[in-house]
Design a protein around this ligand. Structure first.
Ligand SMILES: Cc1cc2nc3c(=O)[nH]c(=O)nc-3n(C[C@H](O)[C@H](O)[C@H](O)COP(=O)(O)O)c2cc1C
Length: 502
């Protein structure tokens, strides 16, 4: 990217990022034996809840007590600061970077040379979107037998069905494309249950890019090539986790995030190009119609999912570095690592949302509400009925809010990220009979068992804004506030007394 804002070095691979974390004293190496079944989860949960460092387990243990063949890395993006760092940024620059991304989506026509130069970061970003095809890549230093049981795969929760690969970057392309057409690739993070030495289940939900590609191969009745990058570089991991529109290539976008083009190499046994600097690559095929019951596994909702059939991938090769690292995470009741990532994505998406709904001041997807089920939005309110228009716009215009079952709209003077402020607005600006809008039979993810029918549920919108015009016939209350000079006087007085008291 080399926008004016990128401050950190380019992280070409996971280990470069770990070295940086280490230099910040934000990496903890654990030499003690830790069991991959359940025990490691407890360490990850405790570290995440304490805002702790990246964890590197040097002596992970399989069920039979055998020491894992490679170190296990966890809690990579366990803090907002590390997610920002994965984007090459400091936390304070996330909003600015969001503006930059919104600008990339809607490039204004260039007007004269000066204007063109001022857009240099955008042009440079556009160039970084073209992946580079290399002949050799570290990820292919070793070609191993396709035996998944050799990998240190966690079984995270007590009720889980078995070992689960939790940070896979699943690479697919649609039927009818060539391997070289990388702009058509999809990268998504879809958890993968290990069934045996050469079989795993890919849990891509029906609306994901990977699932859309699978349908094209199934229609043609042909096996689909799939590659799974384990331990990709931070930009690839974050680009794959971002809900980008289908028209935007994650590989291209990762170049913008990384500040350097993606390096790809041809996979050994499938017609796909794969990230050259990943730690481990799984290659294989999904055969039309072959599925297996997946789960149950603990999920980001805080509950175990129902068992559902998902496609099976048969591995044809595993390649890896000479000294690979295995990257893992866990999903559970928030906060978990994906919810920390979600908070940063929330801030990144804000300028794009504002471009479509300009009165939006701020928008918060509380992590505790699974990062998408509840949204709180503050608006510059100017006319009666505006809060409802904003709710409908969020649900209708922006696909990412399809599964947001509650939208609360507040005025711009309310901090949309503070439950105390939200509660005050609800308590003083909302009438349940007038200000609640309930919709029914709208889309909902199958993970929500509170909805009466799988895939269909209600939505609730709560207008907690000040009522104006025809919205009320009563005089509205006036918000109390101290005079600024009195507040300053008090702060000064107390500071002087505190200093004197010491
Ligand atoms: C750690 C982690 C695990 C995830 N697990 C799944 C999963 O099992 N299934 C799924 O459909 N999405 C899962 N997601 C969310 C998707 O990866 C994410 O929405 C991504 O943007 C989907 O990409 P796509 O829009 O290209 O399909 C996970 C995300 C993270 C960060």
């Amino acid at each position: 990217m080399e926008t004016a804002i990128r401050t950190l070095p380019v992280f070409a691979d996971l280990r470069a990022f770990l070295e940086w974390a280490d230099s910040q004293r934000d990496l903890l190496r654990i030499a003690d034996p830790v069991a991959l079944r359940h025990q490691m989860t407890a360490v990850q949960v405790a570290a995440l809840q304490g805002g702790g460092p990246v964890l590197r387990f040097d002596a992970a243990r399989h069920d039979d007590g055998a020491r894992a063949a490679m170190p296990v890395v966890a809690n990579l993006f366990g803090t907002k600061a590390r997610v920002a760092a994965g984007l090459g940024l400091d936390c304070a620059q996330i909003h600015e970077f969001g503006d930059f991304l919104a600008g990339l989506r809607t490039p204004a026509p260039v007007d004269g040379m000066r204007d063109a130069l001022s857009r240099w970061p955008m042009l440079r970003a556009a160039l970084l979107t073209r992946p580079h095809i290399a002949r050799r890549g570290a990820v292919q230093q070793v070609t191993a037998a396709p035996d998944l049981t050799q990998l240190p795969v966690q079984t995270p929760w007590p009720g889980d069905a078995g070992p689960l690969i939790t940070w896979p970057v699943v690479i697919t392309r649609p039927h009818g494309t060539e391997a070289a057409q990388v702009a058509r690739y999809n990268l998504g993070v879809y958890r993968a249950q290990v069934l045996g030495p050469d079989r795993l289940i890919l849990r891509w939900l029906a609306h994901r890019g990977g699932a859309a590609h699978a349908r094209t191969w199934a229609r043609a009745n042909e096996p689909m090539p799939v590659a799974i990058a384990l331990g990709a570089d931070p930009a690839t991991l974050l680009a794959a986790a971002l809900p980008l529109p289908e028209t935007v290539s994650e590989l291209a976008f990762s170049g913008v995030l990384r500040g350097a083009r993606a390096d790809l190499v041809p996979a050994r046994t499938v017609p796909l190009l794969v990230p050259a600097h990943a730690e481990i690559m799984l290659e294989g095929w999904v055969h039309p119609g072959e599925t297996s019951p997946e789960g149950p596994f603990g999920d980001h909702t805080g509950y175990y999912n129902a068992v559902e059939p998902f496609p099976v991938m048969r591995t044809s090769a595993i390649t890896h570095r000479r000294d690979p690292l295995y990257l893992t995470t866990i999903t559970g009741r928030p906060p978990d690592e994906p919810s920390v990532i979600g908070e940063v994505f929330n801030d990144l998406a804000l300028p794009v949302i504002r471009a479509q709904i300009p009165e939006v001041r701020d928008l918060w997807l509380p992590p505790a509400a699974c990062s998408y089920r509840i949204a709180v939005v503050s608006i510059d309110k100017r006319y009666p009925g505006q809060a409802r228009r904003v709710m409908l716009a969020l649900w209708g215009m922006l696909a990412q809010f399809s599964y947001t079952k509650m939208v609360v709209v507040v005025d711009a003077d309310i901090n949309a990220r503070s439950w105390d402020d939200i509660a005050w607005a609800l308590a003083t600006r909302m009438d349940p009979a007038r200000d609640v809008m309930v919709l029914d039979t709208t889309p909902m993810d199958y993970l929500d068992f509170a909805s009466p029918r799988e895939g269909l549920a209600g939505k609730i919108g709560i207008d907690a804004t000040t009522k104006i015009g025809a919205e009320t016939t009563r005089d509205w209350g006036q918000v109390m506030a101290l005079r600024p000079q009195d507040a300053a006087f008090a702060a000064d007085l107390l500071a002087r007394h505190a200093a004197g008291g010491r």
